[in-house]
Design a protein around this ligand. Structure first.
Ligand code: NAD
Length: 374
Protein backbone atom coordinates (compact mmCIF):
# COMPACT_ATOMS: atom_id res chain seq x y z
CA UNK A 1 0.00 0.00 0.00
CA UNK A 2 1.51 3.30 -1.14
CA UNK A 3 0.78 6.31 1.03
CA UNK A 4 1.51 9.78 -0.37
CA UNK A 5 2.20 12.85 1.76
CA UNK A 6 1.44 16.02 -0.21
CA UNK A 7 3.18 19.39 -0.18
CA UNK A 8 0.43 21.81 0.82
CA UNK A 9 -0.11 24.63 -1.67
CA UNK A 10 -2.71 26.92 -0.12
CA UNK A 11 -1.36 30.30 0.95
CA UNK A 12 -1.07 30.49 4.73
CA UNK A 13 -0.99 26.72 5.21
CA UNK A 14 2.30 25.69 6.84
CA UNK A 15 1.33 22.30 8.25
CA UNK A 16 2.03 18.87 6.77
CA UNK A 17 -0.17 15.77 7.12
CA UNK A 18 2.56 13.34 8.20
CA UNK A 19 5.67 13.96 10.25
CA UNK A 20 8.97 12.05 10.12
CA UNK A 21 8.51 10.81 13.70
CA UNK A 22 5.45 8.75 12.64
CA UNK A 23 6.72 7.42 9.30
CA UNK A 24 8.14 4.34 11.07
CA UNK A 25 4.65 3.45 12.31
CA UNK A 26 3.34 3.53 8.75
CA UNK A 27 6.15 1.36 7.43
CA UNK A 28 5.64 -1.06 10.35
CA UNK A 29 2.02 -1.42 9.21
CA UNK A 30 3.32 -2.44 5.78
CA UNK A 31 2.98 0.89 3.95
CA UNK A 32 5.44 2.46 1.54
CA UNK A 33 5.56 6.18 2.38
CA UNK A 34 6.08 8.53 -0.58
CA UNK A 35 6.67 12.18 0.28
CA UNK A 36 6.52 15.08 -2.16
CA UNK A 37 9.88 16.88 -1.85
CA UNK A 38 9.62 19.92 0.42
CA UNK A 39 6.34 18.72 1.96
CA UNK A 40 7.56 19.40 5.49
CA UNK A 41 9.66 22.51 4.80
CA UNK A 42 7.22 25.07 6.17
CA UNK A 43 6.57 22.94 9.26
CA UNK A 44 10.31 22.63 9.99
CA UNK A 45 10.64 18.99 8.86
CA UNK A 46 13.39 18.47 6.29
CA UNK A 47 13.34 16.05 3.36
CA UNK A 48 16.33 14.33 4.98
CA UNK A 49 14.34 13.70 8.15
CA UNK A 50 11.64 11.90 6.14
CA UNK A 51 14.23 9.83 4.26
CA UNK A 52 16.03 8.95 7.51
CA UNK A 53 12.69 7.80 8.90
CA UNK A 54 12.21 5.41 5.95
CA UNK A 55 10.15 7.46 3.47
CA UNK A 56 10.91 7.92 -0.23
CA UNK A 57 10.90 11.38 -1.83
CA UNK A 58 8.78 11.32 -4.97
CA UNK A 59 7.43 14.23 -6.98
CA UNK A 60 4.84 11.89 -8.52
CA UNK A 61 3.66 10.50 -5.16
CA UNK A 62 0.01 11.46 -5.64
CA UNK A 63 -0.32 9.70 -9.04
CA UNK A 64 0.88 6.35 -7.66
CA UNK A 65 -0.71 6.42 -4.23
CA UNK A 66 -3.39 4.11 -2.86
CA UNK A 67 -3.95 6.67 -0.12
CA UNK A 68 -3.15 10.40 -0.16
CA UNK A 69 -2.68 12.29 3.12
CA UNK A 70 -3.17 16.06 3.19
CA UNK A 71 -4.12 18.85 5.57
CA UNK A 72 -6.15 21.01 3.21
CA UNK A 73 -8.33 19.54 0.47
CA UNK A 74 -6.17 19.16 -2.66
CA UNK A 75 -6.97 21.27 -5.73
CA UNK A 76 -9.34 19.59 -8.19
CA UNK A 77 -6.42 19.37 -10.66
CA UNK A 78 -4.47 17.30 -8.11
CA UNK A 79 -7.53 15.13 -7.43
CA UNK A 80 -7.74 14.38 -11.15
CA UNK A 81 -4.17 13.03 -10.99
CA UNK A 82 -5.17 10.44 -8.38
CA UNK A 83 -5.89 6.86 -9.41
CA UNK A 84 -9.53 5.82 -9.59
CA UNK A 85 -10.14 3.73 -6.47
CA UNK A 86 -7.49 5.56 -4.44
CA UNK A 87 -8.39 7.26 -1.15
CA UNK A 88 -7.84 10.66 0.45
CA UNK A 89 -7.72 11.68 4.10
CA UNK A 90 -7.69 15.46 4.70
CA UNK A 91 -9.77 18.27 6.09
CA UNK A 92 -12.66 18.67 3.65
CA UNK A 93 -15.14 21.38 4.66
CA UNK A 94 -17.80 20.23 2.24
CA UNK A 95 -19.85 23.43 2.11
CA UNK A 96 -16.88 25.56 1.08
CA UNK A 97 -15.22 22.89 -1.08
CA UNK A 98 -17.97 21.73 -3.41
CA UNK A 99 -15.69 21.76 -6.44
CA UNK A 100 -13.22 19.44 -4.71
CA UNK A 101 -16.01 17.09 -3.59
CA UNK A 102 -17.30 16.90 -7.18
CA UNK A 103 -13.76 16.24 -8.47
CA UNK A 104 -13.32 13.45 -5.87
CA UNK A 105 -16.65 11.90 -6.83
CA UNK A 106 -15.93 12.08 -10.55
CA UNK A 107 -12.36 10.74 -10.15
CA UNK A 108 -13.68 7.68 -8.26
CA UNK A 109 -11.68 8.64 -5.17
CA UNK A 110 -12.84 7.53 -1.72
CA UNK A 111 -12.50 10.50 0.61
CA UNK A 112 -12.59 10.95 4.37
CA UNK A 113 -13.03 14.36 6.01
CA UNK A 114 -11.16 14.80 9.28
CA UNK A 115 -13.72 17.30 10.58
CA UNK A 116 -16.50 14.73 10.16
CA UNK A 117 -14.89 12.13 12.43
CA UNK A 118 -17.62 11.57 15.06
CA UNK A 119 -16.70 13.02 18.44
CA UNK A 120 -17.21 9.78 20.35
CA UNK A 121 -14.76 8.48 22.96
CA UNK A 122 -13.32 5.78 20.67
CA UNK A 123 -12.49 8.43 18.06
CA UNK A 124 -10.69 10.81 20.43
CA UNK A 125 -7.21 9.94 19.04
CA UNK A 126 -8.55 10.82 15.56
CA UNK A 127 -10.17 14.11 16.59
CA UNK A 128 -8.30 16.70 14.55
CA UNK A 129 -10.81 19.45 15.36
CA UNK A 130 -9.80 19.11 19.01
CA UNK A 131 -6.07 18.81 18.41
CA UNK A 132 -6.02 21.88 16.18
CA UNK A 133 -8.31 23.88 18.49
CA UNK A 134 -5.91 23.03 21.31
CA UNK A 135 -3.03 24.56 19.28
CA UNK A 136 -5.10 27.63 18.36
CA UNK A 137 -6.14 28.26 21.96
CA UNK A 138 -2.56 28.13 23.17
CA UNK A 139 -1.45 30.41 20.35
CA UNK A 140 -4.21 32.91 21.16
CA UNK A 141 -2.93 33.26 24.72
CA UNK A 142 0.68 33.67 23.59
CA UNK A 143 -0.22 36.26 20.92
CA UNK A 144 -2.24 38.23 23.47
CA UNK A 145 0.63 38.07 25.99
CA UNK A 146 3.02 39.32 23.33
CA UNK A 147 0.83 42.26 22.34
CA UNK A 148 0.05 43.31 25.90
CA UNK A 149 2.56 45.82 27.19
CA UNK A 150 1.91 44.90 30.81
CA UNK A 151 2.69 42.16 33.33
CA UNK A 152 0.40 39.16 33.41
CA UNK A 153 1.12 37.94 36.96
CA UNK A 154 0.95 39.99 40.10
CA UNK A 155 4.51 40.88 41.04
CA UNK A 156 5.63 42.10 44.43
CA UNK A 157 8.89 44.00 44.26
CA UNK A 158 10.84 46.38 46.48
CA UNK A 159 9.63 49.15 44.19
CA UNK A 160 5.99 48.26 44.69
CA UNK A 161 3.36 45.80 43.61
CA UNK A 162 2.43 45.30 39.97
CA UNK A 163 -1.17 44.16 39.66
CA UNK A 164 -2.03 41.09 37.56
CA UNK A 165 -3.62 41.45 34.14
CA UNK A 166 -7.35 40.81 33.88
CA UNK A 167 -8.16 38.35 31.10
CA UNK A 168 -11.62 37.51 29.76
CA UNK A 169 -12.12 34.47 27.53
CA UNK A 170 -15.39 34.06 25.62
CA UNK A 171 -16.13 30.54 24.37
CA UNK A 172 -14.77 27.74 26.54
CA UNK A 173 -14.62 24.80 24.13
CA UNK A 174 -11.33 23.09 23.40
CA UNK A 175 -9.58 26.28 22.20
CA UNK A 176 -11.00 28.52 24.92
CA UNK A 177 -10.06 26.11 27.71
CA UNK A 178 -6.52 25.92 26.39
CA UNK A 179 -6.33 29.74 26.23
CA UNK A 180 -7.60 29.86 29.83
CA UNK A 181 -5.11 27.24 31.02
CA UNK A 182 -2.21 29.06 29.34
CA UNK A 183 -3.19 32.45 30.76
CA UNK A 184 -3.58 30.88 34.22
CA UNK A 185 -0.07 29.44 33.94
CA UNK A 186 1.22 32.89 33.03
CA UNK A 187 -0.34 34.25 36.20
CA UNK A 188 -3.20 36.38 34.87
CA UNK A 189 -6.58 36.63 36.56
CA UNK A 190 -8.91 34.84 34.14
CA UNK A 191 -12.69 35.02 33.81
CA UNK A 192 -14.54 33.11 31.13
CA UNK A 193 -18.00 32.66 29.68
CA UNK A 194 -19.64 30.01 27.51
CA UNK A 195 -23.29 29.31 26.73
CA UNK A 196 -23.11 25.55 27.41
CA UNK A 197 -24.31 24.29 30.81
CA UNK A 198 -21.18 22.24 31.55
CA UNK A 199 -18.76 25.06 30.73
CA UNK A 200 -18.76 26.77 34.17
CA UNK A 201 -17.45 23.62 35.86
CA UNK A 202 -14.75 23.16 33.21
CA UNK A 203 -13.67 26.81 33.57
CA UNK A 204 -13.55 26.53 37.36
CA UNK A 205 -11.55 23.27 37.18
CA UNK A 206 -8.73 25.28 35.57
CA UNK A 207 -8.74 27.76 38.44
CA UNK A 208 -10.44 30.51 36.41
CA UNK A 209 -13.65 32.29 37.36
CA UNK A 210 -16.78 31.39 35.37
CA UNK A 211 -18.83 34.45 34.42
CA UNK A 212 -22.48 33.91 35.37
CA UNK A 213 -24.76 36.17 33.34
CA UNK A 214 -27.91 34.51 34.73
CA UNK A 215 -28.98 33.51 31.19
CA UNK A 216 -30.36 30.12 30.15
CA UNK A 217 -27.77 27.69 28.72
CA UNK A 218 -27.84 27.14 24.95
CA UNK A 219 -26.88 23.49 24.58
CA UNK A 220 -27.49 22.04 21.14
CA UNK A 221 -26.86 18.61 19.64
CA UNK A 222 -23.75 16.47 20.24
CA UNK A 223 -22.29 18.67 22.98
CA UNK A 224 -22.22 21.80 20.78
CA UNK A 225 -23.79 25.21 21.38
CA UNK A 226 -26.98 26.43 19.77
CA UNK A 227 -27.34 29.64 17.79
CA UNK A 228 -28.45 32.73 19.72
CA UNK A 229 -31.62 34.61 18.85
CA UNK A 230 -31.18 38.32 18.14
CA UNK A 231 -32.77 39.16 21.52
CA UNK A 232 -30.48 36.79 23.39
CA UNK A 233 -27.46 38.15 21.54
CA UNK A 234 -28.33 41.73 22.49
CA UNK A 235 -28.94 40.79 26.14
CA UNK A 236 -25.72 38.75 26.32
CA UNK A 237 -23.74 41.69 24.91
CA UNK A 238 -25.29 44.05 27.41
CA UNK A 239 -24.43 41.76 30.34
CA UNK A 240 -20.91 41.03 29.08
CA UNK A 241 -20.08 44.70 28.46
CA UNK A 242 -18.76 45.50 31.98
CA UNK A 243 -16.53 42.40 31.96
CA UNK A 244 -15.09 43.36 28.56
CA UNK A 245 -14.58 46.98 29.62
CA UNK A 246 -12.59 45.81 32.64
CA UNK A 247 -10.35 43.38 30.71
CA UNK A 248 -6.73 44.06 29.77
CA UNK A 249 -6.98 41.07 27.41
CA UNK A 250 -10.05 39.69 25.69
CA UNK A 251 -9.74 36.35 23.87
CA UNK A 252 -12.69 35.09 21.85
CA UNK A 253 -13.08 31.55 20.51
CA UNK A 254 -16.85 31.02 20.14
CA UNK A 255 -18.26 28.93 17.31
CA UNK A 256 -21.45 27.15 16.33
CA UNK A 257 -20.85 24.27 13.88
CA UNK A 258 -21.78 25.04 10.28
CA UNK A 259 -22.66 28.68 11.00
CA UNK A 260 -20.93 32.01 10.93
CA UNK A 261 -19.22 32.73 14.28
CA UNK A 262 -21.58 34.52 16.68
CA UNK A 263 -20.86 38.22 17.26
CA UNK A 264 -20.36 38.44 21.02
CA UNK A 265 -18.65 41.81 21.29
CA UNK A 266 -19.80 44.98 19.55
CA UNK A 267 -17.53 47.80 18.43
CA UNK A 268 -18.90 49.94 21.27
CA UNK A 269 -17.88 47.27 23.81
CA UNK A 270 -14.30 47.34 22.48
CA UNK A 271 -14.32 51.15 22.46
CA UNK A 272 -15.06 51.04 26.19
CA UNK A 273 -11.84 49.09 26.90
CA UNK A 274 -8.89 50.86 28.54
CA UNK A 275 -5.84 52.21 26.64
CA UNK A 276 -3.43 49.40 25.83
CA UNK A 277 -6.05 46.66 25.89
CA UNK A 278 -5.62 43.68 23.61
CA UNK A 279 -8.29 41.67 21.83
CA UNK A 280 -7.50 38.33 20.15
CA UNK A 281 -10.28 36.81 18.08
CA UNK A 282 -9.48 33.35 16.73
CA UNK A 283 -12.93 33.08 15.16
CA UNK A 284 -12.02 35.91 12.75
CA UNK A 285 -11.88 33.65 9.67
CA UNK A 286 -15.39 32.38 10.44
CA UNK A 287 -16.72 35.95 10.52
CA UNK A 288 -15.40 36.94 13.95
CA UNK A 289 -16.76 37.17 17.48
CA UNK A 290 -15.73 40.81 17.64
CA UNK A 291 -17.32 43.45 15.42
CA UNK A 292 -14.71 45.04 13.14
CA UNK A 293 -12.10 42.28 13.40
CA UNK A 294 -10.13 41.43 10.24
CA UNK A 295 -8.48 38.01 9.77
CA UNK A 296 -4.71 38.25 9.48
CA UNK A 297 -4.58 41.87 10.64
CA UNK A 298 -4.26 43.96 13.78
CA UNK A 299 -6.79 46.78 13.72
CA UNK A 300 -7.21 49.57 16.21
CA UNK A 301 -10.68 49.97 17.69
CA UNK A 302 -10.92 52.72 20.29
CA UNK A 303 -7.82 52.30 22.44
CA UNK A 304 -7.50 48.57 21.86
CA UNK A 305 -5.44 46.50 19.44
CA UNK A 306 -7.67 43.87 17.87
CA UNK A 307 -5.86 40.84 16.41
CA UNK A 308 -7.79 38.71 13.94
CA UNK A 309 -6.64 35.12 13.62
CA UNK A 310 -5.87 33.69 10.17
CA UNK A 311 -4.34 30.23 9.76
CA UNK A 312 -3.67 30.31 13.50
CA UNK A 313 -2.55 26.67 13.73
CA UNK A 314 0.01 27.30 10.97
CA UNK A 315 1.69 29.75 13.35
CA UNK A 316 2.83 26.71 15.37
CA UNK A 317 3.31 24.44 12.36
CA UNK A 318 5.49 21.70 13.87
CA UNK A 319 3.34 20.79 16.89
CA UNK A 320 0.13 21.34 14.92
CA UNK A 321 1.43 18.91 12.26
CA UNK A 322 2.58 16.41 14.88
CA UNK A 323 -0.86 16.29 16.48
CA UNK A 324 -2.70 16.26 13.14
CA UNK A 325 -0.44 13.48 11.82
CA UNK A 326 -1.17 11.42 14.92
CA UNK A 327 -4.93 11.91 14.33
CA UNK A 328 -4.51 10.85 10.68
CA UNK A 329 -2.39 7.85 11.62
CA UNK A 330 -5.01 6.68 14.13
CA UNK A 331 -7.78 6.91 11.54
CA UNK A 332 -5.66 5.28 8.83
CA UNK A 333 -4.61 2.43 11.14
CA UNK A 334 -8.25 1.71 11.99
CA UNK A 335 -8.93 1.29 8.26
CA UNK A 336 -5.86 -0.76 7.29
CA UNK A 337 -5.14 -4.48 7.40
CA UNK A 338 -1.45 -4.69 8.39
CA UNK A 339 0.90 -7.13 6.70
CA UNK A 340 3.99 -7.43 4.52
CA UNK A 341 2.02 -5.25 2.17
CA UNK A 342 -0.76 -3.51 4.06
CA UNK A 343 -4.23 -3.25 2.52
CA UNK A 344 -6.47 -0.22 2.87
CA UNK A 345 -9.82 -1.79 3.72
CA UNK A 346 -12.18 0.66 5.44
CA UNK A 347 -15.20 -0.98 7.05
CA UNK A 348 -18.07 1.25 6.01
CA UNK A 349 -20.29 -0.38 8.63
CA UNK A 350 -18.07 1.20 11.31
CA UNK A 351 -19.55 4.36 12.85
CA UNK A 352 -16.31 6.32 12.52
CA UNK A 353 -15.60 5.31 8.91
CA UNK A 354 -19.21 5.86 7.84
CA UNK A 355 -19.32 9.19 9.69
CA UNK A 356 -16.36 10.75 7.92
CA UNK A 357 -16.66 9.21 4.42
CA UNK A 358 -17.63 11.84 1.85
CA UNK A 359 -17.22 10.09 -1.53
CA UNK A 360 -16.96 6.43 -2.53
CA UNK A 361 -17.15 4.52 -5.82
CA UNK A 362 -18.13 7.58 -7.86
CA UNK A 363 -20.87 8.73 -5.47
CA UNK A 364 -21.26 11.14 -2.56
CA UNK A 365 -22.01 9.02 0.51
CA UNK A 366 -22.26 11.72 3.19
CA UNK A 367 -26.01 12.45 3.26
CA UNK A 368 -25.90 16.23 4.00
CA UNK A 369 -23.28 16.69 1.27
CA UNK A 370 -25.33 14.60 -1.16
CA UNK A 371 -28.33 16.85 -0.45
CA UNK A 372 -26.11 19.87 -1.08
CA UNK A 373 -24.38 18.72 -4.26
CA UNK A 374 -26.23 15.65 -5.59
P1 NAD B 1 -16.68 24.90 19.00
O1 NAD B 1 -15.35 25.13 18.36
O2 NAD B 1 -17.82 24.48 18.14
O3 NAD B 1 -17.11 26.24 19.78
C1 NAD B 1 -16.26 26.83 20.72
C2 NAD B 1 -17.07 27.23 21.94
O4 NAD B 1 -17.88 28.36 21.65
C3 NAD B 1 -18.03 26.15 22.47
O5 NAD B 1 -17.67 25.81 23.78
C4 NAD B 1 -19.38 26.82 22.39
O6 NAD B 1 -20.24 26.41 23.44
C5 NAD B 1 -19.00 28.28 22.48
N1 NAD B 1 -20.06 29.21 22.07
C6 NAD B 1 -20.88 29.12 21.00
N2 NAD B 1 -21.71 30.16 20.96
C7 NAD B 1 -21.40 30.96 22.02
C8 NAD B 1 -21.91 32.18 22.51
N3 NAD B 1 -22.91 32.78 21.91
N4 NAD B 1 -21.38 32.72 23.62
C9 NAD B 1 -20.36 32.08 24.25
N5 NAD B 1 -19.82 30.91 23.84
C10 NAD B 1 -20.34 30.35 22.73
O7 NAD B 1 -16.56 23.88 20.21
P2 NAD B 1 -15.50 22.75 20.53
O8 NAD B 1 -14.30 23.33 21.12
O9 NAD B 1 -15.36 21.93 19.31
O10 NAD B 1 -16.25 21.94 21.68
C11 NAD B 1 -17.65 21.84 21.75
C12 NAD B 1 -18.05 20.73 22.68
O11 NAD B 1 -17.64 19.45 22.18
C13 NAD B 1 -17.51 20.83 24.07
O12 NAD B 1 -18.53 20.44 24.94
C14 NAD B 1 -16.42 19.82 24.10
O13 NAD B 1 -16.15 19.36 25.40
C15 NAD B 1 -17.03 18.75 23.25
N6 NAD B 1 -16.01 17.87 22.71
C16 NAD B 1 -16.19 16.52 22.83
C17 NAD B 1 -15.22 15.66 22.33
C18 NAD B 1 -15.37 14.17 22.45
O14 NAD B 1 -16.25 13.69 23.11
N7 NAD B 1 -14.52 13.42 21.78
C19 NAD B 1 -14.11 16.15 21.72
C20 NAD B 1 -13.96 17.52 21.61
C21 NAD B 1 -14.92 18.37 22.11
Amino acid sequence: MKVAVVRETRPGEARVAMVPELVGELTALGCLVLVEPGAGDRAEFTDEAYVDAGAVLDEGAVRQADLVLAVQPPDPAVVREMRSGAALISFLPVRQEREVVVALRDAGVTSFAMELVPRISRAQPMDALSSQAFVAGYRAAIVASGLLRRFLPMSITAAGTVPPAEVVVLGAGVAGLQAIATMQRLGAVVRAYDVRASAAEEIASLGAVPIDLGLAPLDGAAGYAREMTAARSARQQELLAPYVANADVLITTAAVPGLRAPVLVSRAMVEAMRPGSVVVDIAAEAGGNVEGVRPGEIVRIGQAQVWGGADVTSQLPAPASQLYARNVLSLLTSMTLPGDSAVFAPDFADEIVAGCAVTRDGAIVHPPTRDLIG
